[in-house]
Design a protein around this ligand. Sequence first.
Ligand SMILES: N[C@@H](CCC(=O)N[C@@H](CS)C(=O)NCC(=O)O)C(=O)O
Length: 233
Amino acid sequence: MTDLSSFAITRKWPARHPDRLQLYSLPTPNGVKVSIMLEELGLPYEAHLVSFDSQDQLSPEFLSLNPNNKIPAILDPDGPDGKPLPLFESGAILIYLAEKTGRLLSADPARRYETLQWLMWQMGGVGPMFGQLGFFHKFAGSQYEDKRPRDRYAAESTRLLGVLDRHLEGRQWIVGEYSIADIAVFPWVRNLIGFYEAGELVQFERFTNVRRVLEAFLARPAVQHGLSIPARG
Ligand SMILES: N[C@@H](CCC(=O)N[C@@H](CS)C(=O)NCC(=O)O)C(=O)O
């Protein structure tokens, strides 16, 4: 049986099934990328809730796996050469799982780089910009009298949605076929107009291609399951 006891994270979150991939997460837009991916792949895994209310992400056990104190993170008992592999950063985890299984990231070099391009676009643009807009529009930053930070992030988020909308014209998914690029991007779009309530601010109505693909994404059973994993307790 696989032994993960040398990984300090398993002291706080014991592995009941150490032969399964261990996921440490919370159902936020970055967290659900990995649970959706795992559901799409049908890989056996064990999900552990990292509670921000208890500041679990700052615990020494969590930091032993991810010194950057952010979810999601994984520990795959069956990593390269059959050795356990700890990994953080949702984009890196999506690439790792795609390569491990040979799915959702094309083997064709040109299509593969196109997919990685849009994945990086999400990681470097959509995530940080939408996240800041959430802060200034819905959370603590909404109390600031000066609306320039909010307007700056609203304008950039609207611009990013426009880029995506034009790209999706005539395409079923971001690179034609369903891929890790969709799994990275659409949880953030959903969050922007749902939890962050910023739909009106970014004129979401006019992005008809984004709306169409978001709807198709949310209709997938793996997405519906993944969106609430790990359960919030
Ligand atoms: N670039 C990272 C970002 C991860 C991230 O920002 N996670 C947030 C939740 S969506 C988090 O863990 N926040 C906790 C904190 O900042 O203390 C990734 O994609 O994995």
